[in-house]
Design a protein around this ligand. Structure first.
Ligand SMILES: Nc1ncnc2c1ncn2[C@@H]1O[C@H](COP(=O)(O)OP(=O)(O)OP(=O)(O)O)[C@@H](O)[C@H]1O
Length: 236
């Protein structure tokens, strides 16, 4: 579903990701972890077509984000680490705006909005302007907007930051459901317990290079993910 091949990215003359390779299969939840500044957001923004990159390619369901951007964007959804959305719209207008862009059938859209807004306890606030939302409420709205067009690939950058425990629990359930239905998820996080419990696959990035990657069981062995992470990232 997602294939990153020989991907390198620089800002000016500073290379921040160096020859990164990884793939996410159908039905898989893939956790992407690494210290601050390791290159996670840069990789994610390149996957979703926000950043250009100088080397390698990124394929979504076999199509290149460089050469076939619209086809890639149609089947993928991205939830950034900072929910900066149109503050002057109401929640429901924003969701309908996204529904229109992705041509989500009106009936299906209504059902999905109700289902997800109820799950995240946001239904009563959908008529309010987004400017009045808390950080967590904006985050929930972004998650709902990503799910209503039923993406095959969901990309999330630190999705659990700012969510209350119940919302985090619901998001984990929805992530698992999407993958049980054949979708794929690639997400970054600093919450290693979530990766341990939720992910099928994990990669650790350090200074722009993958230092270990594999199934969660392979990577952890008989240690906790925290132990593995600290051991691998502590050494220069
Ligand atoms: N717009 C930019 N211009 C120049 N350098 C940048 C830019 N954005 C990021 N960088 C640098 O690229 C490197 C990787 O940053 P990135 O945001 O991808 O890290 P990250 O792994 O997502 O970190 P965090 O866990 O703190 O979110 C860092 O050294 C950062 O300073």
């Amino acid at each position: 579903m997602l294939e990153i091949k020989n991907f390198s990215k620089s800002y000016g003359d500073k290379k921040v990701v160096d020859n990164l390779n990884l793939s996410v299969e159908n039905g898989e939840i893939f956790g992407f972890i690494g210290h601050n500044g390791a290159g996670k957001t840069t990789t994610i923004k390149s996957i979703v077509g926000i950043l250009d990159f100088e080397a390698g390619d990124i394929l979504i369901d076999g199509k290149s984000i460089k050469n076939d951007e619209m086809a890639c964007k149609r089947i993928m959804a991205y939830i950034p680490d900072n929910p900066d959305i149109y503050e002057s719209l109401t929640g429901i207008r924003y969701l309908n705006f996204i529904g229109d862009i992705y041509k989500v059938d009106a009936r299906l859209r209504e059902t999905l909005i109700r289902q997800y807004a109820d799950a995240f306890e946001l239904t009563a606030n959908l008529g309010d302007v987004i400017a009045s939302y808390s950080h967590g409420m904006k985050q929930k709205l972004m998650i709902i907007s990503a799910l209503i067009h039923q993406p095959k690939l969901l990309i999330l950058d630190e999705p659990f930051v700012g969510l209350d425990p119940k919302a985090a629990h619901i998001l984990k359930q929805l992530m698992r459901e999407l993958c049980d239905q054949g979708g794929s998820i690639f997400f970054s996080t600093h919450v290693l317990e979530v990766v341990e419990k939720l992910c099928d696959h994990v990669a650790i990035i350090k200074n722009g290079s993958i230092i270990t990657e594999g199934s969660i069981d392979q990577v952890m062995g008989d240690q906790s993910l925290e132990e593995v992470f600290l051991e691998l990232t502590d050494h220069e």
